[in-house]
Design a protein around this ligand. Structure first.
Ligand code: C5P
Length: 227
């Protein structure tokens, strides 16, 4: 069933953790490795999709057949995604986007001798929520897949996020476990859909988890799954 079931489908994947500069050498970051997003991009391309990958800094290599754009900050990622959104059928937001950034980045390296700096933070735009809003504005496309990394009440937060951000699918993972989530090659997720739909994916490689997420995407595409 999977072979070529995404043929001709235009998929945009975001991956990795954004970096928010403090000064030319320091940034606020997070523990995302990019592995889940890169696995999704690789799996979608292998199933025939035209895949664009908007990647925050990571050491991973670009999967075959994938067009990659590198970004650093949440604002860069927001711009890169909105530049492309009119031309894609599916957006998968696997990136860990910083919720806050320093209000200004110092132009030169902060000196230790000047004492501990006070960082003033301002909120970043929520890219997924903005994509959801854009759809409320009358755009039917694209299909939106979000992620939630939580340590407690994983599914309840996931359901809330699905509704609040107007997504079609929300993949939740418990980042409190050592064999799933950040950095490792395996993951354990629950895929939440609208109207209470729920698919549990037990511990598996990120590639295998990616295939299951894409199965759920195929089921929601206008043409439906190829037989
Ligand atoms: O609200 P939370 O950060 O847990 O939501 C996670 C989901 O929202 C992920 O899909 C992430 O890529 C997306 N997100 C985003 N822009 C932000 C924060 C999160 O697109 N500023």
């Amino acid at each position: 069933r999977r072979r070529d079931d995404l043929a001709g489908v235009r998929v945009l994947v975001t991956a990795g953790g954004t970096r928010e500069p403090i000064d030319p050498v320091r940034f606020l970051g997070n523990r995302s490795s990019g592995k889940m997003g890169f696995a999704l991009a690789a799996a979608a391309a292998a199933r025939g999709a035209e895949v664009q990958l908007v990647a925050a800094p990571t050491s991973l290599t670009t999967p075959p057949g994938v067009i990659r754009t590198d970004v650093t900050t949440a604002l860069d990622m927001h711009a890169a995604v909105f530049d492309r959104v009119a031309d894609v059928d599916v957006v998968v937001k696997a990136a860990a986007v910083a919720d806050f950034r320093p209000v200004t980045a110092a132009g030169s390296k902060l000196k230790k001798s000047a004492g501990a700096p006070r960082l003033e933070l301002v909120p970043n735009p929520d890219i997924l929520a903005d994509l959801g809003e854009r759809r409320r504005g009358g755009h039917a496309q694209p299909l939106l897949v979000g992620f939630a990394a939580e340590t407690d009440d994983v599914e309840a937060y996931g359901r809330d996020k699905l509704a609040r951000k107007n997504a079609d699918l929300l993949v939740v993972n418990d980042v409190g476990a050592s064999d799933a989530g950040f950095g490792v090659d395996t993951n354990r997720v629950v895929i939440l859909g609208r109207d209470g739909a729920r698919t549990e994916v037990g511990l598996a490689t990120k590639r295998a988890v990616a295939e299951r997420i894409l199965d759920a995407v195929v089921d929601l595409l206008p043409a439906g799954p190829a037989s």
